[in-house]
Design a protein around this ligand. Sequence first.
Ligand SMILES: Cc1ncc(C[n+]2csc(CCOP(=O)(O)OP(=O)(O)O)c2C)c(N)n1
Ligand code: SF4
Length: 309
Amino acid sequence: MATIKELSKREDLLSGGHSLCAGCGASIAVRQVLLGVRGPVVCGSATGCLEVSTTSFPMTAWKTSFIHNAFENSAATMSGVEAAYQVLKRKGKIPADKRIKFVAFGGDGGTYDIGLQSLSGAMERGHDMVYVCYDNGAYMNTGIQRSGATPFGASTTTSPAGKAGQGKPQWRKDLTQIMAAHHIPYVAQASVSHWKDLVDKAEKAFAVEGPAFLNVLAPCPRGWRVPNDMTIEIAKLGVQTGFWPLYEIVDGEYKISFKPKELKPVVDFLKPQGRFKHLFKPGNEQLLETFQSEVTKSWEKLKKLAGVE
Ligand SMILES: Cc1ncc(C[n+]2csc(CCOP(=O)(O)OP(=O)(O)O)c2C)c(N)n1
Ligand code: SF4
C-alpha cells in the first residue's frame, strides 16, 4: 500500500473549479478513490450532485476519460465499456499488455435505489470494474429527498419531522451486505474521514480481476445540516460510533478495519446534525434508544461475521 509520501506525489484526478458545495464529501471520496488507481482509468457517474457539478458543458473537472450516465445506469454503462475493451483487446486493437481500469460512481439514490438492478447485474456478470457509491444518505441534488440509505429518524423533504412524523420511519438498507451477497471478490465500506483506509481499499479494489464494490460515507453539509467545515469530523463520528463501521469482505472473508475498544454513543454522531434535531426533543427519547440499539446490534453482528470479540 502506498505511503503518504508516495500519495503526495500522485496527481489529483479531479481538479478544483467544479461547482460542488464547499465541504462536499463526494469530491473528497472521488479524489481518494482515484489516488488508488495506477495507469489509465475510465470513469462514469450517475446523475446526481457529483455528475452535475463536475461536468457543466463545455468544462469538466475530470482529468480522466469520463462518461455521462443517466441516473439509473452507471454500472450498466461501465460494464458495456469494459466488455468493449475486452473485445478490442481480443481483436488486437488494444495491446494485450495494456491495462485500463473502469470505475462507476453513483450517489446513494443512484445506487441503493434506482440503479440497484444495473449494479446487481454488472456485479453478477463479473465485469472487471469498480463501483463506488458515495453515500450521503439522500437524493441531495434534487432537494434532499429520502433514499433507501437515509438513516432512521432523519428529517428530509419527503420524510419531514413535524406533527405527522419524526423523520424517516424505516431503518436504512444495508447495501454493503447486499453486495456481499453477490459473492464478488472485493466489497468494502469506507469513509472520507479515514483517508488511508479508503485509498488502501481503492487500491485493493482496482487490483482485483473482476468486480469490486466500495461504499463510502460522504457527508453532505447541506442535507445533514452541519457547517461545511465539519465534513471530516462528522464522518469520523459516524465511524467511531459504529453507525458506519469500516470493514472489507475479501473473497467472502470479513475483516473489520477499525475496531475501537468501545464505540462512542451514537448521539455523538446525531447531535451535531440538524436533520436529527427533533430526536432530541422531549418525548423522542425512545427513538434515540431505538437508533442506539440498532447500531449496537449491527456492530455485534459484524463482529461475529469477522470472528472477533
Ligand atoms: C429516472 C430519473 N428519475 C429522477 C431523476 C432526477 N434526479 C436527478 S439527480 C437525482 C438525485 C440523485 O441522488 P443521489 O444519487 O443520492 O446523488 P446526490 O444528488 O445525493 O449526489 C434525481 C432524483 C433523473 N435524473 N432520472
Ligand atoms: S448538496 Fe450536498 S451532495 Fe450536493 S454538492 Fe452540496 S454538499 Fe455535495
